[in-house]
Design a protein around this ligand. Structure first.
Ligand SMILES: CC(C)(COP(=O)(O)OP(=O)(O)OC[C@H]1O[C@@H](n2cnc3c(N)ncnc32)[C@H](O)[C@@H]1OP(=O)(O)O)[C@@H](O)C(=O)NCCC(=O)NCCS
Length: 194
């Protein structure tokens, strides 16, 4: 499926799972599918293919955690969680491919990255975006972010709740399911290339 049928595509249908460092090429291909506007909104300026290739080369190792949304086995959206080990503050960034925007995928990614931040003891999760990025601000606002306006950009600071047994359990379930789905993807890929 290349362009989704917007009537039928449901953000809950795709697979949301952790991306592993070995999936750098998949991540790079996702970034290269972003249009000019999405690239500008993500990186706060125009960026070339070469920039995205460089960025993707180390991003999966550099980030604290990266989660991908797959539709029909293809990576279509990503959230990156950045932050130093044991830091109370993390930063999240999002990329949803143009055909999948406005379908609830970014909202689903936000839920996952907030859970990850929460279970790692982060008390502040920062999301920065351009002022014109109404969708990103809407998602942050729905997660009760404190919003501050800087010249040219908007900073949303979310406050993940403290981890508890249930949030740890939720993440264990998500990781286990994600690992199983990743193994299926590998097997399917092997079958396709066989
Ligand atoms: C910003 C982005 C992550 C949002 O993800 P998404 O999947 O498109 O967004 P969703 O469909 O989950 O949710 C968008 C929300 O904004 C609302 N929305 C959509 N268009 C809107 C608009 N023009 N003005 C205001 N709100 C709008 C939707 O109604 C929804 O809110 P609701 O759930 O309360 O109805 C995605 O569009 C994207 O990757 N854009 C390019 C890169 C980028 O901007 N990254 C963010 C900076 S790191």
């Amino acid at each position: 499926m290349d362009a989704p049928d917007r009537q039928r595509t449901n953000a809950q249908d795709g697979v949301l799972r952790r991306l592993w460092a070995t999936e750098t090429r998949t991540f790079k291909e996702h970034l290269l599918r972003l249009d000019i506007d999405s690239r500008r909104l993500r990186f706060s300026g125009a960026v070339s293919d070469d920039f995205l290739i460089d960025y993707s080369a180390n991003a999966l190792r550099r980030a604290f955690a990266v989660f991908g949304y797959f539709a029909d086995g293809k990576l279509r959206a990503v959230t990156e969680l950045h932050g130093a080990m044991y830091s109370r503050t993390g930063e999240a960034a999002f990329t949803v491919e143009p055909d999948y925007q406005g379908l609830g995928v970014g909202t689903r990614l936000m839920g996952r990255v907030v859970l990850a931040a929460r279970n790692r003891g982060m008390r502040h999760l920062v999301v920065s975006c351009l002022r014109e990025n109404a969708r990103m601000q809407r998602i942050a606002a729905r997660h009760e972010a404190d919003i501050s306006f800087e010249p040219g950009e908007v900073i949303g600071t979310l406050h993940p709740r403290r981890a508890n047994g249930f949030s740890l359990f939720q993440e264990t379930v998500a990781e286990t399911e994600g690992l199983a789905r990743a193994m299926i993807d590998v097997q399917t890929g092997l079958l396709r290339t066989a």
